[in-house]
Design a protein around this ligand. Sequence first.
Ligand SMILES: *[C@@H]1O[C@H](CO)[C@@H](O)[C@H](O)[C@H]1NC(C)=O
Ligand SMILES: *[C@@H]1O[C@H](CO)[C@@H](O)[C@H](O)[C@H]1NC(C)=O
Ligand SMILES: *[C@@H]1O[C@H](CO)[C@@H](O)[C@H](O)[C@H]1NC(C)=O
Ligand SMILES: *[C@@H]1O[C@H](CO)[C@@H](O)[C@H](O)[C@H]1NC(C)=O
Ligand SMILES: *[C@@H]1O[C@H](CO)[C@@H](O)[C@H](O)[C@H]1NC(C)=O
Ligand SMILES: *[C@@H]1O[C@H](CO)[C@@H](O)[C@H](O)[C@H]1NC(C)=O
Ligand SMILES: *[C@@H]1O[C@H](CO)[C@@H](O)[C@H](O)[C@H]1NC(C)=O
Length: 387
Amino acid sequence: MASLFVAALAFTLATTSTAAPALTERNCINLQLSVPVTANTTNLDVPRVDNNVDAVDLVWNIERWTAPNTTARITGTNLIQQTFSINAQLCVPNNSTKNVLQIATHGFGFEKRYWDSELHPELYSYVEASLAAGYSILTYDRLGVGRSDKPDAYDIVQGSVQVEIIKELTLMARAGSLTTSSSIQNTAIPKFDKIVLVGHSLGSALTLGVLTKYGNLVEGAVSTGFIIEGVTGLVSDDAFGLEYAASNDPQRFSDRGSGYMVQATQSNAQQIFFKKGHFEQEMLEYAVSIKETGTVGDFVSLGLVLGQPALEFTGPLLFALGEYDYAICNGNCTGFYDLPALKSSLFPNATDLTAHVQPGSGHALTMHTNATGQFQAIFKYLESNGL
Ligand SMILES: *[C@@H]1O[C@H](CO)[C@@H](O)[C@H](O)[C@H]1NC(C)=O
Ligand SMILES: *[C@@H]1O[C@H](CO)[C@@H](O)[C@H](O)[C@H]1NC(C)=O
Ligand SMILES: *[C@@H]1O[C@H](CO)[C@@H](O)[C@H](O)[C@H]1NC(C)=O
Ligand SMILES: *[C@@H]1O[C@H](CO)[C@@H](O)[C@H](O)[C@H]1NC(C)=O
Ligand SMILES: *[C@@H]1O[C@H](CO)[C@@H](O)[C@H](O)[C@H]1NC(C)=O
Ligand SMILES: *[C@@H]1O[C@H](CO)[C@@H](O)[C@H](O)[C@H]1NC(C)=O
Ligand SMILES: *[C@@H]1O[C@H](CO)[C@@H](O)[C@H](O)[C@H]1NC(C)=O
């Protein structure tokens, strides 16, 4: 079925318009999608970030022990109805008998190339590995990142909006309307039978937020680099080393306004994402070369999408963690979580909850030397659950 689709897609792209991009040899297509969003956002009592001094002081504001929690910061709510432009890449294997689409949401600090490294893709590209394993995969730049829209960093780029974007992408994929929602007028995309949401870090938190609110829309999920646990994190936002994006790199981040922040240095990226002895220096440099921004809203509102049980989620859920995850597990994920407690409190109707701890990996699971080991563990889990 998928091979027929690829032939049809290639045909359509070849014959429709000269503006349509060609398929790459991997059968990937870049899509600039119009994504309509209806979401409840909150007005949050947080300071503005308009320079590097503000960025450091924001961490003070959030992390000092007497700081108000997110709920206590809410001063109002808004219903937003807006259409956002989201840049995505859809890749489909040539000859797969699966009809499973993964929708992958990257975390803070990166854009969609987190999933599709140009450096040694055979070692680090989750997209390549997915195609080889027969999965289609949609990766995209989150709102506020890369080639997607970059609206107000406080009131618009919030967890609730990002959750609705994932939901809409899922609905489009199911309806076969991913290409009709872009500038490419192409009807050859199939309706994928099964959808698996995959996230990394903040992207995993958003993915779990979708399971909470719209759990019946997907067949399974993989939360990489993120697990909800009861232990108070020792690592706080100061470990990111945040600067005001437009000051950190005025050229590269010239389109980021107030409230957009980025990790300052290569060492800051290493601190959160990499474990010495398990990565190549050139990968650390590559990570910095594709580093991306996050917003005040991303940081402060995220907790609001979690916490309620995902009653309608009735699929399998894998937590794929790095053994040495500094931010999520205080540097040691082995035995860090309590799956039975998590299942009964938040995922009571999931068919399965499993954790895989990838040996020798830090938080950026796609960027360590044994990334393919983690990729295969994920596919094995999905396959053993009929996906
Ligand atoms: C898919 O098939 C095309 C055309 O035969 C080929 O050029 C391409 O390398 C194949 N891609 C993969 C991922 O096998
Ligand atoms: C927004 O909040 C209202 C009132 O609580 C609720 O009825 C509605 O479903 C919410 N909309 C979304 C998209 O969450
Ligand atoms: C957040 O703060 C408010 C007000 O101080 C408090 O009532 C609430 O219990 C806190 N919530 C959490 C999850 O700690
Ligand atoms: C697709 O076909 C190519 C060439 O025959 C093969 O190498 C590859 O493993 C196949 N992929 C899948 C997912 O079956
Ligand atoms: C999920 O489980 C709860 C009990 O834990 C039950 O009340 C509810 O009906 C279930 N929801 C669905 C959609 O199956
Ligand atoms: C990680 O935690 C596990 C379980 O508590 C413990 O057995 C192990 O020694 C720890 N590893 C390190 C490097 O501290
Ligand atoms: C690579 O990862 C796989 C899957 O987790 C694991 O079985 C294997 O032992 C790892 N290899 C090394 C050299 O750590």
